[in-house]
Ligand binder design. Structure first.
Ligand SMILES: [Fe+2]
Length: 347
């Protein structure tokens, strides 16, 4: 197996191929190192078969969409990933093939709701769910310490003890560990109850990552070109969240709000469909089209997207433009569909 960590920094990107000269996969590529990845692939004469983000990163811009654009490689993320333009949505237990390599996807949420780990032969890529002698923080971006504890103890610790652990980050110079070693000595998990873990993780008191304002909303919306002025992060938590049932109830019995769907046109008519009567204004175009929504400035608007994350950004953006009754469909069309509520798929 061809295996390299390519960044030599706190953010880890892994190149994986059955053999030089064959198909390769990049895991968690960082936009700043795009040239390096292309050079390394050329050096090993490898064709990029797919690019996988283990989760929506908050501390660096992903290179996945650049790699897709330049080399045609499909972008792979979990079904819960908020971004558009993901070519392959994966779920727990799914297997992907890269030549002779079999990549088994484990759904390991907690650091983020879209976290996956990837189990290949003798190793597991754990994203920021499990770090070496640590765990990724779970205190923003939809993090859930309890879910993270379950992912670690029930999914990752169920792998063979000798499995090598390769996380998406390492801040302390660690480069090698195993599942067995983490089970025995991970200071956040070993010997801790779920309750103690939640208490610990909810009180870390860490500052937000340095680049979060420039990285997170760009990654979750796949808006790469600086064309959108994203709202300050502090405004995202002020957005009122409505459950699918609450929105459905309003549509049946109340005065109907403007349903503002901010996904891309292909998603609007795609697998998840849209809610009848929705108006499509992709997030990227929202600021430019805000004037057309002026009649709704002081009436109810519900912003909608795939997972409820992009639309939270949209709602905060509109609030910043003086729209004073904008709420968000929590969990987006994923939760709407999961609740069995009606959708339409025609334009
Ligand atoms: Fe992360």
């Amino acid at each position: 197996m061809l295996f390299h960590e390519l960044n030599r920094s706190a953010c880890k990107t892994y190149l994986l191929a059955a053999d030089p000269g064959g198909a390769a996969v990049l895991i968690d590529p960082v936009k700043d190192h795009l040239d390096r990845y292309i050079a390394v692939l050329a050096y090993f004469n490898c064709r990029l078969e797919m690019v996988i983000d283990t989760h929506t990163h908050a501390d660096h811009r992903t290179a996945s969409w650049d790699l897709h654009e330049l080399l045609g490689a499909p972008v792979v993320m979990h079904r819960r990933a908020p971004a558009p333009h993901i070519d392959v949505h994966v779920e727990d237990g799914q297997e992907l093939s890269v030549d002779a390599l079999r990549l088994r996807i484990l759904y390991t949420p907690g650091h983020t709701p879209d976290g996956i780990s990837i189990y290949v032969q003798d190793r597991v890529f754990t994203g920021d769910t499990l770090l070496i002698h640590g765990t990724g923080r779970a205190d923003f971006a939809g993090g859930d310490a309890g879910a993270q504890f379950d992912s670690i103890t029930q999914k990752l610790f169920a792998l063979p003890d000798e499995t090598l652990v390769f996380p998406a980050h390492d801040y302390r110079g660690h480069s090698l560990s195993t599942i067995g070693e983490e089970k025995r000595s991970n200071p956040r998990v070993a010997g801790h109850t779920r309750e103690a873990y939640i208490e610990l993780m909810n009180n870390l008191g860490l500052p937000l990552p340095e680049k979060i304002q420039e990285a997170m909303q760009a990654n979750l919306s796949a808006i790469e070109d600086g064309s959108v002025q994203f709202p300050p992060l502090s405004k995202l938590s002020e957005v009122r969240q409505l459950s699918p049932a609450a929105v459905h109830n309003r549509l049946l019995h109340g005065s109907a709000p403007l349903l503002l769907d901010v996904r891309e046109p292909d998603e609007f008519v795609g697998e998840l469909g849209h809610i009848r009567g929705s108006r499509l204004v992709p997030l990227k175009e929202l600021a430019a089209h805000a004037a057309e929504l002026a009649e709704h400035k002081h009436s109810d608007i519900v912003a909608i997207c795939r997972s409820g994350v992009r639309s939270t950004t949209a709602a905060a953006m509109l609030a910043g433009l003086g729209f004073d009754h904008v709420a968000n469909l929590k969990g987006g069309m994923l939760d709407w569909n999961d609740a069995g509520l009606p959708v339409v798929r025609e334009p």
